[in-house]
Design a protein around this ligand. Sequence first.
Ligand code: CLF
Ligand code: SF4
Length: 475
Amino acid sequence: MSCNCERDQAKLQENILKKINAHPCYSQNAHKHYARIHVAVAPACNIQCNYCNRKYDCSNESRPGVTSCKLTPQEAVKKALYVGGSIKQLSVVGIAGPGDALANPKQTFETFRLLERYAPDIKLCLSTNGLNIEKYIDEILRCNIEHITVTMNSVDESGGIGAKIYPWVYYEGKRYYGEEAARVLLRQQLRGIELLVKNDILVKVNSVLIPNVNEEELPKVAKKVKEMGVFIFNIMPLISKPEHGTKFALEGVKSADHRLLMKVQEACETDVKLMRHCRQCRADAVGLLGEDRSDEFFKKDFADKSFEELQMHYNIKNRREAHRKIEEWRGVLKAANEKALMEEAKKYELSSTGETKLVAVTSESNGLINDHFGSAEEFLIYEAGDKAIKFIMPRRIDTSYCKGPKGCGTYVIDEIKKALSDCDILLTQKIGECPKKELESLKIICDEDYANEPIEISVLKAVKKHFSFEKLQVC
Ligand code: CLF
Ligand code: SF4
């Protein structure tokens, strides 16, 4: 017979699974099936980060270099209803900028209140630098927000590391500078996270990985957030280009590349559950993570329609039916992939020899290997042994190999070769002879045999097909 304590734990676990099941960021599995929309209602910010240029979106949750069209709360909710009726996989509305959600409380909470009324099936999510959580905790609870992301780049109590990242912080009518600013921010972040966890809100902590500034600090952040009961930790590599005009970019601080990211992820994963599938979306992102459908929806499509009209288009009944079908398909995939995926496995658990291989996959949707090499704009990287596999990261490229009819005759492969240089196998739906030769020159095996098959089980099968784990030689 199990004791009460065990039953409580099981109940807690069940509640958490229910909350994350359809959230594309909190569940690695859900992100292949469910979409999110960010509504850009929050223009102002109350701190300055050296990796942010206010001309662009909040870099704590966005790629810099894209600016979002700002919306009023009413327009935001109309957009969510319009998009939710068109993209039935939509399960979450998030506020992630272009400034800080809680530096714009009026707009943020008005949006969420309207959403609760007109789209009660949608999950509410927000992202913040954490400075104002304590101040707005009651409103957060009133709005029934189940998921909150706090960006915290250091837990250094002296403020020394924070001072390298934040030149100033504006809190309760006073502007703080340097180490004092960093200390005020950290104090508020920790108080805020504690309050959220205490109130059963699922917290994700983001840290921006800044080369030579906080790469040694992040394992300490991982430890701290684990202790505090944070659900998941997301390390976002700094994207730094001179044209972004940020202080770091102008001072020559480089982007964090995937090698550094993998190294820091490995150092952190002993302490905390990691999010590895983040796409650093923009503040007005629409669609599945990794796809950008924001340019399919225009203000003129929804702004003049009434809420009632848009509610009809949203059609909650049809959406429920669509989600039921998604769950059915997930069940099929789960059965196919069973035993292949071990999300939090260590190297020795993946392989009987302790050695593993990296496998790149091109996938358009639905958890299948269903994208051509030429059109792929990102590669999903898995680590695999003969026993199981785990997802490591997506690697985005700026330019796909084939640019379609418009770019006929121009093929760019250098960026892809760099992105895949440490991989052993590429699984893709189709690849031409020329790029195949280019990749084979890097000793990458290109395999089309698993086209349109479920990803995880195919990765495991392919690794076992091409490598012998007794001798670890190419078969
Ligand atoms: Fe948006 Fe963020 Fe909510 Fe997701 S994004 S507010 S938790 S609904 Fe997701 Fe985008 Fe990464 Fe953010 S992939 S940048 S983690
Ligand atoms: Fe920019 Fe976001 Fe930092 Fe504010 S919190 S300065 S919007 S990155």
